[in-house]
Design a protein around this ligand. Structure first.
Ligand SMILES: *[C@@H]1O[C@H](CO)[C@@H](O)[C@H](O)[C@H]1NC(C)=O
Length: 212
């Protein structure tokens, strides 16, 4: 993920220049404080406890509120703004954790229509996808109102991404015999771009070049 990092760094530089006049807010000050020994504290930024898009920039021991660009989140780990809901977006995952601790039971994934958060999942079993995260069985999507997985044709995903291939579901292809596992695409080829019907698995690529 080099691109978001560069994007984030560039943004950070420009926003430092344009936001230095922002007033300090009364959140917990985690900034390293200047001292006689160390009058210029090291560079330090940290995330906003309630808002993934915001973060604080320390200037001589005082935090200044900053904001990542729309559709990005601040990554405390990387110190840059990363694409929201990407695997690097730890903040969004922690948000689900926060909502679960507030008593939520099932939450839709904000970006992926086939994913959801199940607050009843124990940490160990949900770790493949991220804490509390689970996936509907292929080819189902998660219905935000009824909070259940339903056949894709009955779910309105709105802004959430609708993945269509079986191999785009993380848990759809489980191969335990590691030495003999085939690539998922070879076992479940994509039907995208093809008309309805049955296609031979081996001649799949030849079928693609066929005239329809
Ligand atoms: C959520 O997790 C619990 C505990 O593992 C399970 O019993 C329940 O069926 C799950 N709900 C959904 C919608 O997957």
């Amino acid at each position: 993920m080099i691109l978001p990092s560069i994007k984030g760094t560039l943004f950070l530089v420009t926003s430092i220049v344009s936001h230095l006049a922002a007033l300090p807010t009364n959140v917990i000050n985690k900034c390293p404080q200047p001292s006689e020994l160390n009058p210029v504290p090291p560079f330090f930024i940290y995330g906003h406890p309630e808002d993934c898009q915001q973060f604080f920039l320390c200037v001589f021991g005082t935090p200044y509120l900053m904001s990542c660009p729309a559709t990005t989140s601040f990554s405390e780990l990387l110190g840059v703004c990363v694409d929201r809901y990407s695997p690097q977006d730890i903040c969004a995952q922690e948000n689900a954790v926060r909502e679960c601790s507030r008593g939520a039971s099932l939450l839709a994934h904000p970006q992926l229509c086939h994913r959801f958060y199940n607050c009843s999942l124990v940490v160990e079993t949900s770790s493949i996808l991220g804490r509390y995260q689970d996936e509907c069985p292929y080819p189902q999507y998660f219905d935000t109102l009824e909070k259940v997985c339903k056949p894709y044709s009955e779910v309105s995903c709105l802004d959430r991404l609708e993945v269509k291939d079986k191999c785009e579901y993380s848990k759809a292809y489980e191969c335990t015999d590691v030495e003999h596992c085939e690539d998922c695409q070879a076992v479940f080829p994509s039907c995208q771009g093809l008309t309805d019907g049955i296609y031979k698995l081996l001649s799949f690529h030849m079928d693609l070049s066929r005239d329809f």
